[in-house]
Design a protein around this ligand. Structure first.
Ligand code: FAD
Length: 349
């Protein structure tokens, strides 16, 4: 039995699980285990819920899937799968200030985390939430070698292959990873850059927001706020009894407040929102979130993923090796598929 650990329950992790499951030769028995540090899956495509009225939700991270013409052919099977399974649908509303072509945007009624759930669901993974990987240690004798993975809570397990799919600075902070890289690879990984953003979700236990003509809006006249979404409208939720507003700050604002508490920064954001939309009702619940690693502004020179160690296999992947969107995560997962199939073909130990 081949045991593979995927660290990270985001869309790259889900797509990796899908690639492994569909391409591993059937005679090879394979167990895919996923460790995710948070309570739920989705990562930067997660859905937040108001604690006291859980039917009200908001997407504080990624907003829509934008299909780029470059990947129309090479990624069409993924879009077809998501469309045929009713996971995504075309965005129908108005995005005020959006410069692209609206036909290429897709949303999910239940949030983009549905995409993550879809691919993990097809892959028969053993999902382990609340498991934060802390360190990796090579354990071997003459006949076999495995990774001993340890969590911050002191849980240990052994795997033939490990795939890390978090933002690159988080990958490099795992004890034992840098030791397995040569100097040039460390330099390359350290060159990856991410923007930061604060996000604020305003949750309403009633439908109060249908009077706005736009579902989302790029704000041009604020130093603090860059983007506002009437989240339920954006996701096309019909006749919702609740509503929510999502706000993303500008990148320069987030950079200058990055080390501050998310709630303290969030109240400045709410004040600015009230200036932009006077008369916005008082929310029933507000959630603040700091995305320290929001979107990749400079990716690594290595494209897709990097094999850090071949036996046992250690691969690092994610949007840091491509670009920050669904297509970027597909590209990264596709590059892993090749490494995994070769690894299994050559024999695990
Ligand atoms: P992540 O989603 O970051 O997943 C990594 C996972 O690893 C996380 O769940 C994290 O909790 C977990 N993790 C981290 N460390 C550990 C550890 N030590 N042990 C266990 N688990 C760990 N993309 C779009 O396509 N369209 C958009 O409109 C869009 N807008 C965005 C807006 C914002 C504000 C943000 C933040 C992102 C946006 N993106 C957008 C980018 C998109 O969300 C990302 O490119 C994509 O979600 C990255 O997925 P991933 O799986 O590579 O990483």
């Amino acid at each position: 039995m081949v045991r593979i650990l995927i660290v990270g329950g985001g869309v790259t992790g889900a797509l990796c699980a899908h690639m492994i499951r569909r391409h591993l030769p059937t005679k090879v028995q394979c167990q895919i285990v996923v460790w995710e540090k948070s309570r739920g899956i989705g990562g930067r495509m997660s859905l937040s819920k108001a604690p006291e009225f859980k039917e009200c939700s908001a997407e504080l991270g990624a907003q829509y899937i934008t299909r780029h013409s470059k990947y129309l052919e090479s990624h069409k099977e993924f879009y077809k799968d998501l469309l045929d399974s009713n996971v995504i649908h075309s965005f129908k509303g108005e995005i005020d200030g959006f410069r692209g072509d609206n036909d290429t945007n897709f949303v999910c009624t239940n949030g983009l985390s549905s995409i993550v759930k879809h691919f993990f669901g097809k892959s028969f993974v053993e999902m382990c939430p609340n498991q934060r990987l802390e360190s990796l240690r090579l354990v071997s004798d003459d006949s076999w070698s495995v990774w001993e993975a340890s969590t911050t809570a002191g849980h240990h397990d052994h795997f033939d292959a490990v795939i890390l799919t978090m933002p690159i600075p988080q990958i490099l902070s795992i004890e034992g990873v840098k030791d397995k890289l040569d100097v040039d690879n460390v330099k390359d990984l350290e060159s990856a850059q991410y923007s930061s953003r604060f996000a604020v979700g305003l949750f309403y236990n009633k439908a109060v927001l249908s009077e706005y003509s736009w579902a989302a809006r790029y704000v041009g006249d604020s130093d603090i706020i860059r983007y506002i979404a009437m989240d339920h409208e954006k996701r096309g939720i019909p006749k919702s009894k609740t509503s929510s507003v999502v706000v993303h700050t500008s990148v320069p604002f987030a950079k200058s407040h990055l080390e501050e508490d998310a709630a303290a920064v969030g109240s400045k954001v709410v004040d600015e929102l009230k200036r932009i939309i006077p008369g916005l009702p008082e929310p029933d619940y507000v959630k603040f979130h700091k995305w320290r690693y929001s979107q990749v502004t400079q990716s690594t020179a290595t494209y897709g993923s990097l094999v850090c160690h071949s036996k046992p296999l250690l691969i690092v992947a994610g949007d840091g090796f491509t670009h920050s969107n669904f297509d970027g995560c597909v590209e990264s997962a596709l590059s892993i598929e090749q490494h995994i199939t070769e690894f299994v073909k050559c024999g695990v130990n």
